[in-house]
Design a protein around this ligand. Structure first.
Ligand code: AMP
Length: 687
């Protein structure tokens, strides 16, 4: 029975073979279906239709369904920066051509560029709700830096994109930078005025600011006041009502007039008249002269409290130790290790902090000295002063928690980045330090140990004055040396009158600031090199001063010399120093003239003669003495074969024979300057 023939039945069935352009998934009675959109069946009998060129089915699509194309690029990508600091909102429109699909999603990628150097943004920045698989056409980006350019690329994807891994998704990009200000801080309050300042990035474009404020709880008066075109990151708002809360917001404006993000809205209250009277009673001298109408701006020495623990409570916030997590040791303080860690207070965002600890086995006196730093720091609120977050005092292990400053101590940071910053950037750092010192001197606080090692520097090259303990100059600083006048003093940084008879004033801090200027402009070089403290004191008393660091602008060196005037009343005040440095930063042309080395302004320089004091006999002997013998061949090939020829060399010549490393260049150039000036070890200089 091979072949049974049922002619009548066969005739009633549809043709099992579909013609071209039609398909039928399985042999059945059902009729053939026309190929769905963007697909085709070129021969008869197709079980499904193939996708036409450049159309695809996603792995989850039915074989019987239509074929779809890749989406075109998202449209009209925009970045709105008028948001709280460090945030921007990217938004776009769906692609013009969705490829006939509805499962369009978006991925956002980011590159950040500091000048010409670009890299992917990595995990540093945050996206809400995320950066991949977005179904909405917007994303909030946060934790951006103010001085960088960011390029955001938004890709459009759909189910078919995964079939085509090699094909780049259609995308669109935008380059933008965020201009913003940091948190607003209260500098001073009276019954009728509030003085505020806010952080700025020194590397962002020149900007002005617009401050907006309004009364907090006033249902009748909803007026918003605007203070436009503020040139500095500071404002004093007058004619306010006493004991009233105001809300403030600040917005940065770029030089081309475009507006940056808003700061967070902050609330500050004016004082009540009653509190002023109370303060006046506390301090009878308060109303004696008009300049002293600054009760809250005067520093209170924690020593004036009978019980130092009361001072800590007054000026510092107590933190519960469970809110503090230590992560790694970053330094060694006088009283114990310093850690990097995290502070997470309930209801607040966590952030990086530095944690100073008190080692076990301390005496009560040591504990009080340790915590005195917090009592002092807690009285300050300034962008260029290290900020105290709080203290842990109620538990066995006392801690001081401060803001974390990413790049650590300035002297070391500059030594590690020798030659990498322009004079403009270095002067910007000095301006910050001077602003911090002006704030301290306005509060009548004398630092006594101002030195680059006691300045911390953050990722924006912003400098923060630190190190405020009561005993620190005496014990903490390895530079501290005992003097005949008693106590330990960091000789190289200290004004002569403070060394001689312990006359520490803001004017002696100005002297130290001059030394910090020199350290900064010389990328962390040790002041007076390898001279002994005794030699330094002798030289200063004989009116010698440090020579200009290499490539130091003349205006900057002139300011250093002013800071080192013997007569302390003639030295500039920190206010003058801030104004001058401000001017220099605002007109970078003023930094173009480089200070000459003036042989009259000399001091003993590194290795100016052989160890026995006799002149060097050969170029190699000299280079060996300054540990630069790797350059012997450079000198020989340049035809510099005798010490007489070396003596003719200028800084440019040293560069031209191939000495490029800034540290080496400096060492060789200074040594030559010293050799030129060898008629006496310390040559004549009159300030
Ligand atoms: P100090 O006891 O204040 O001299 O601190 C010792 C070292 O710890 C410093 O030289 C810094 O390297 C580091 N350090 C202290 N405080 C901070 C901070 N707030 N941020 C980053 N590093 C810090």
């Amino acid at each position: 029975m091979c072949c049974v023939y049922f002619p009548s039945k066969l005739k009633s069935l549809p043709d099992p073979w579909c013609p071209p352009g039609f398909f039928k998934a399985e042999a059945s009675n059902r009729s053939c279906q026309a190929c769905p959109a963007n697909s085709q069946a070129l021969v008869s009998g197709a079980q499904f239709c193939f996708c036409k060129d450049r159309f695809y089915r996603a792995p989850t699509d039915l074989r019987s369904g239509p074929c779809t194309g890749l989406p075109s690029a998202p449209r009209d990508l925009m970045a709105s920066t008028q948001l709280p600091s460090g945030k921007l909102l990217l938004s776009w429109k769906p692609p013009e051509d969705t490829g006939d699909r509805e499962d369009i999603t978006y991925n956002v990628e980011c590159q950040r560029c500091d000048g010409p150097v670009c890299q992917t943004c990595g995990e540093k920045i945050r996206y809400e709700p995320g950066s991949v698989g977005l179904t909405d056409t917007k994303v909030l980006v946060s934790q951006l830096d103010a001085h960088l350019n960011y390029t955001f690329t938004v890709e459009a994807l759909s189910g078919v994109s995964q079939v085509l891994e090699e094909e780049m998704p259609s995308s669109t990009s935008i380059t933008t930078s965020v201009l913003f200000t940091g948190d607003i801080k209260l500098v001073e309050q009276t019954p009728s005025s509030l003085s505020l300042s806010w952080d700025v990035s020194p590397r962002s474009q020149p900007t002005s600011y617009e401050l907006t404020y309004r009364k907090k709880d006033d249902n009748l008066d909803k007026t918003t006041y605007i203070v436009p075109k503020l040139e500095k990151n500071y404002a004093q708002i007058k004619d306010l009502a006493p004991a009233t809360a105001y809300l403030f917001r600040v917005q940065a404006l770029s030089s081309d007039g475009s507006r940056g993000g808003f700061s967070q809205e902050e609330q500050f209250e004016t004082l009540s008249e009653a509190s002023m009277v109370a303060l006046a009673r506390q301090d009878d001298t308060y109303f004696s002269t008009p300049e002293q109408l600054k009760p809250l701006k005067t520093y209170v020495d924690p020593h004036t409290y009978e019980d130092p623990n009361v001072a800590v409570l007054k000026f510092a916030t107590e933190i519960h130790p469970s809110h503090v997590t230590k992560q790694k040791v970053i330094g060694a303080g006088e009283f114990g290790e310093v850690y990097k860690g995290i502070l997470k207070a309930p209801g607040k965002k966590e952030f990086a902090v530095a944690i100073k600890t008190l080692k076990s086995g301390y005496s009560e006196k040591q504990r009080q000295d340790f915590l005195s730093e917090a009592s002092i720091m807690g009285q300050f609120s300034h962008q260029n002063i290290i900020r105290l977050e709080g203290v842990v005092t109620k538990f066995k292990h006392a801690m001081i928690v401060t803001e974390y400053v990413e790049n650590g101590a300035l002297d070391k940071y500059l030594r590690n980045h020798d030659g990498e910053f322009s004079s403009f950037q270095l002067v910007g750092m000095l301006r910050g330090i001077a602003a911090g010192m002006k704030y301290l001197s306005d509060m009548s606080y004398v630092h006594r140990d101002l030195a680059a090692r006691n300045i911390l520097v953050n990722n924006n090259l912003e400098c923060k004055v630190s190190d405020f303990g009561l005993s620190r100059v005496l014990e903490d600083d390895p530079e501290g040396t005992y003097t005949t006048s008693g106590g330990k003093i960091p000789i190289r940084w200290t004004a002569p009158e403070a060394i001689a008879y312990r006359k520490f004033t803001s004017a002696s801090d100005v002297w130290s600031f001059g030394i910090v200027m020199w350290e900064v402009m010389a990328f962390g070089e040790r002041p007076y090199w390898d001279m002994s403290n005794h030699e330094v004191m002798k030289a200063i008393n004989e009116a010698f001063r440090l020579p200009a660091p290499m490539d130091c602008p003349s205006t900057v060196y002139q300011l250093m010399l002013q800071c080192w005037l013997q007569d302390r009343s003639k030295r500039p005040r920190f206010g003058d120093i801030v104004s001058l440095l401000d001017k220099l930063v605002r007109s970078p042309d003023s930094l173009k003239t480089i200070a000459d080395f003036d042989p009259r302004i000399s001091i003993r320089l590194p290795s100016t003669s052989g160890s026995d004091g006799s002149p060097f006999r050969s170029v190699s002997e000299w280079l060996e003495s300054i540990k630069m013998s790797q350059y012997i061949d450079n000198f020989t090939s340049a035809g510099i074969l005798t010490m007489d020829q070396v003596l003719q060399m200028k800084n440019e010549d040293v560069k031209n024979i191939g000495v490029r490393l800034p540290g080496h260049l400096k060492r060789i150039a200074y040594s030559i300057l010293g050799l030129k000036d060898q008629t006496s070890t310390l040559s004549v200089f009159a300030v």
